[in-house]
Structure formats: structure tokens, C-alpha cells
Design a protein around this ligand. Sequence first.
Ligand SMILES: Cc1cc2nc3c(=O)[nH]c(=O)nc-3n(C[C@H](O)[C@H](O)[C@H](O)COP(=O)(O)OP(=O)(O)OC[C@H]3O[C@@H](n4cnc5c(N)ncnc54)[C@H](O)[C@@H]3O)c2cc1C
Length: 400
Amino acid sequence: MKPPKTCDTLIIGAGAAGMMCAAHAAARGAHVALIDHAKSPGEKIRISGGGRCNFTNLNCGPGNFISRNRHFAKSALRRYTQHDFVALVRDYGIAFHEKKLGQLFCDSSARDIISMLRQEMEKTGAQLILNCPVQDVQRSGDGWAVSTGQGQITCRHLVIATGGKSIPKMGATDFGYRIATKFGLDIVPTAAGLVPLTFGPDFLDSFKPLAGVALDARASSGRTAFEEAVLFTHRGLSGPAILQISSYWHEGDPFQIDLLPGHDAFELLRRDRQAQGGKTLSNVLARHLPNRLAAHLGEGHGRIGDLGNDRLRVIADDLNRWVIRPTGSEGYRTAEVTLGGVDTRGLNSNTMEATSVPNLYFIGEVVDVTGWLGGYNFQWAWSSGWAAGTAIAEKCQAAL
Ligand SMILES: Cc1cc2nc3c(=O)[nH]c(=O)nc-3n(C[C@H](O)[C@H](O)[C@H](O)COP(=O)(O)OP(=O)(O)OC[C@H]3O[C@@H](n4cnc5c(N)ncnc54)[C@H](O)[C@@H]3O)c2cc1C
């Protein structure tokens, strides 16, 4: 489809937030165009959740998000909730299931969500233009002139929905941050989030043989803790608990893993020593931990009955409070999200409009609001896209 020369609202970025916004901005008859440099919309939706898209979380609330202003996301999340999105999914007859911890996934394919959003846009007449790179954005009166690879488009409302920096090979760019900076908005420094952490040779030499071992553990950094699976890999540690804690981890800092969450390891081992002193520590640990990990941790300690309280205490401490020092993360190449982004102090939390730049809006991941793993990031995309879309539709209707 060819881009229009002019429209009421132009949205840049046909991802989760952009498509949601387009459908709602066009709901009251305004002319809305959504452009993307990619050849298909919603590419991250397509690959998300292992191809099944963890599209929201039943327990979603403001506490599941990281932002310099923890109150900012409240309004949009309250006005367009996970239950609203679930109702939309049900309307389209898309089958879904709860995997765990309130995480909702499509039964069949993430493509069902993309197709639903495309139909929502078609219903309201929002126009989708693909293969359309954006070169520049200029102020034009109280609206905008946007130069694209397919010609110039002028519009009154401009929405930036270009996402974060994660997975550049899928078309992620820093475009949104550049536009924000160009028009005087601040950027909270960005970093890779929900990302596997990497380790130096000492750690790798010792733990590489455990690649593939997974267990439920508690990863904590300061007062934040996640009890989920931890996975040993050839490059270090991954799994949901590690991805979650990576969003709170700062380069150079250690964090902790409790390999026996909910248990006092010293008490546990003391009882085991009384009951089965003749067994090796590895054998005893194998009752509580995966075999390979138990063998690794118990190596060289001999029989548990020969271990005094002092040694048992050191071993137990390592089990409950294993101090981990990553050297870095896999970065934007594999990160599921980008932390930081457009500083929310410059945005209206009801409409996502820049407070000092009328008719300029930022939605989705480009904003400094980052969700936990588990469907929260899509919910933020839906809620913020809805908030901007409905605000723009009302403004357009009032101007008629
Ligand atoms: C592998 C992976 C799995 C994930 N799984 C989940 C999950 O299951 N659940 C969940 O909640 N979250 C998940 N996420 C996070 C989620 O995908 C994002 O938070 C969400 O897609 C952000 O939506 P958005 O619309 O803001 O940005 P995006 O979806 O990234 O969309 C931005 C769009 O802007 C376009 N664009 C960028 N720059 C330009 C430019 N200069 N000109 C034109 N167009 C441009 C891009 O092509 C893209 O289409 C996952 C992320 C990854 C990488």
C-alpha cells in the first residue's frame, strides 16, 4: 500500500504497541497510517513465547515493571487491563492457556495475535504501510512532516512506537530515542534486560560440565528476588530466574542464588548427617538437587558423617547464599527487552503525549517502562498503545 501525503495520525513502528494504537486512534473515523521499515508487522510478536506469544499476565500490576517513575504506568495499566486484552482474544476465538504464574500463551501460534491486530486495524480503517524507512521528522506548524523512503507524509499527531534496541537483526533501532532527544526529551540510560548473563573463565571452567542442568532456585539482587528455573549453559547461566534478575543487575555487582529455596540448608544437612552419615555428601545432596549438580558440589567432601559443623555450615551457606559475579550479559543481541528509554517525566501518563511537545506521543518499549518476564511487556505495549490511541481519537473527534 502507498503511503498517504497527509493523515490525521502517523504512527511509526508496526509492533505490538503501534498496531494497538492504530486500531484505537482510527476508531472514530480519523485517518490513521502506521508505517514500518520491516516487510511484516509484529515480528517480535511472531517470535515471542517460543512462537506462542505470552501475550499477557493475569497478575499484571504496576509492581511488575521497572521505571525511574514507578507510578507512571499505573494509569494506562488500570484503564486498559490484562482482562480487556483477554476479552479481545476471546472475541476472536483464539484458544489460549495459562502456563504458570498467570502467564497466558496462545494454544496454536503467535500469528493469531498478529492477525487479530491486523483485523482490528482493518475494521477501523487504519492504513498499514510496510518497507517504509523513516529518514527525518520535522515540526510543521503544530503538526509534523515525516520524510520516508516512500515520500513525505504530513500529519497532526505523530506516535513513536519503534520499540527498544533488543535484537537489532530483527529491525530494532535507536530511532525513538533519537527523535525524543531531537525534541528535547530526556533519555534514561538504556541497557539490555531479560538477558542471559555471562561469566569469566574461572566460572566457566568449573561449571561448563553442568550445561543443561536446570533447577528451581531463588535469584536475588538487593531486595528483589525471583524463584523460578535456573539453567546452566555453555556460556554461563540462563533460565527465567536469571533473565528476571538480569534486569536488576548492574555491571560489576554480585547477586545471590539460593539453590534450596525455602529450606535452611544447614538444618537439612545436619538431619541428613544424623540419618545417613555413611553416605557421601554428593549422594545426600542428590536427594535435594539434580544429580549432576549434587555430584559437582559434593565432589571431594567424602562422607557426610565425617563433616563437622563448621564445614557443614560453609557448604550450607554456599547452597543458600551462592554469590555469583557475572562479567557481563549477552547484550542487545539476545535481550528480550531494553531497560530505560524515554524519560516518563516528559510524558503525560494518561495520553503518552510529550508534555512540552504537543501532538508527539511515545508508546511501548521505547518508553522507560520495562516489564518482568511473563507477558508484562506485551501488556505494557497494549495498555500504552490503547491510552495514546483513545486520546488521539478523542482529540480528532473534538476537532471535527
Ligand atoms: C525473543 C523475544 C521474545 C519475547 N517474548 C515476549 C513474551 O512472550 N511476552 C512479552 O510480554 N514480551 C515478550 N518480549 C518483549 C516484547 O516483544 C516487546 O516488549 C514488545 O514487542 C515491545 O513492543 P513495541 O511495539 O514497543 O516494540 P516492537 O514490537 O519492537 O516494535 C517496534 C517496531 O518498530 C519498527 N521500527 C524500529 N525502528 C524503525 C524505524 N527507524 N523506522 C520504521 N520502523 C522502525 C520495528 O521494525 C518494529 O516493527 C519478547 C522479546 C523478544 C526479543
